[in-house]
Design a protein around this ligand. Structure first.
Ligand code: GTP
Ligand code: MG
Length: 348
């Protein structure tokens, strides 16, 4: 079942998967290149280094971002995006690893983005993820990447959709996005994904936490992982009770509850089946299109606001903003009128 026995094995990230039988070997310059057509061309040919470079540019909010987005646009919009979230240590990476295996067995190309919302460090690689994901390190049909939100205007919510596009452009049919369920990150991942899995474990008070954090709103599938531990039945019951209370009517999706022991590969097929079922429901109810358009709208808005903010920032060096500020501070005008004047100048 392991995909690592496929032909075209390589050292992780060194040599890409082959293209029509011709191995594509990335050369040094790819690592620092901003040559977008070259990078996108290579990524499409399965060059793992070009994929990595494109994601680095995206992650850093590089000025090449618009060109990257434009070059990738024709190849995007088809991949299935699945988010996994939940408390630290609940088993997200283990489950992701197992799902990758199951998806590879079905012949899918798979991308994994492990999002670390807290790491300020370059690359954001979570050591544990790296270790656990080694199973797939030599599989040319799998791309795995950790990302942090370092220094990016708009943070991960802005960078992650672009990184998903890079993986789609590289031929991934399915992209799994893992993020720790803290703060805004889980809401962001839910707005990015077609299907969101929320992982819980017995005895962590997770079920109660889940309600508090409004997780019921974002979960399409609940996975009660570590079902080998005491209290799994109670956790399943709690979640089912919550779902019953929060029932949103007959036309709505009813979140599925699945048990798993990811560390023993148990329940993975059930998780995959729940994802398929949700996908079918989305398509049947035209919800997939609606979700994706809502996601695109949010993205356009975020980019437009970012551009606006940058242009306002550039006015700080000009005369308009400091002059308006002086007037508002002196009480000769009010901040609303001053803001209108600023916007008028921006659009003029
Ligand atoms: N008993 C038991 N342990 C598990 C199971 N699944 C994962 N674990 C263990 O739980 C620990 C955490 O697993 P991870 O997959 O790293 O959890 P995570 O949610 O990705 O953790 P963070 O990314 O740090 O938030 C590891 O030691 C796993 O081996 C399970 O089903 N049963
Ligand atoms: Mg993890």
């Amino acid at each position: 079942m392991k995909a690592r026995s496929e032909p075209g094995q390589r050292e992780a990230g060194a040599v890409s998967r082959s293209n029509g039988g011709v191995p594509v070997v990335a050369t040094g310059p790819v690592r620092r290149s901003r040559d977008v057509p070259m990078l996108v061309g290579r990524a499409r040919d399965g060059d793992a280094r070009a994929v990595a470079r494109l994601i680095s540019l995206v992650e850093a909010g590089d000025e090449a971002l618009p060109a990257i987005a434009a070059a990738l646009a024709p190849y995007t919009g088809q991949a299935q995006v699945v988010g996994l979230t939940g408390s630290p240590g609940v088993g997200k990476s283990t489950t992701t690893n197992e799902l990758v295996r199951a998806l590879r067995a079905r012949g899918h190309r798979v991308g994994v983005l492990a999002i670390d919302p807290s790491s300020p460090f370059s690359g954001g690689a979570i050591l544990g993820d790296r270790v656990r994901m080694q199973d797939h390190a030599t599989d040319p049909g799998v791309y795995i990447r950790s990302m942090s939100n370092r220094g990016h205007l708009g943070g991960l919510s802005a960078a992650t959709p672009q990184a998903v596009r890079v993986l789609e452009g590289a031929g991934c049919d399915v992209v799994l996005v893992e993020t720790v369920g803290v703060g805004q990150a889980e809401v962001d991942v839910a707005s990015l994904a077609d299907t969101t899995l929320v992982l819980l474990a017995p005895g962590m008070g997770d079920a109660i936490q889940a309600v508090k954090a409004g997780i019921l709103e974002i979960a399409d599938v609940f996975v009660v992982n570590k079902a080998d531990r005491d209290g799994a039945d109670a956790t399943v019951r709690d979640i089912q009770g919550m779902i019953a209370l929060g029932e949103r009517g007959s036309g709505q999706w009813r979140p599925q509850v699945v048990r798993a022991v990811a560390v023993r590969s148990e329940g993975i097929d059930d998780i995959a089946a729940a994802i398929d079922k949700h996908r079918g429901w989305l398509v049947e109810h035209d919800e997939l299109r609606r979700r994706r358009e809502a996601r695109a709208a949010a993205e356009i808005e975020a980019i437009a606001l970012g551009t606006l903010r940058a242009r306002i920032g550039s006015l700080r060096d000009g005369t308009q903003l400091p002059a308006l500020a002086a007037e508002v501070a002196a009480g000769t005008t009010d901040p609303y009128r001053a803001a209108d004047a600023l916007l008028a100048q921006l659009s003029g």
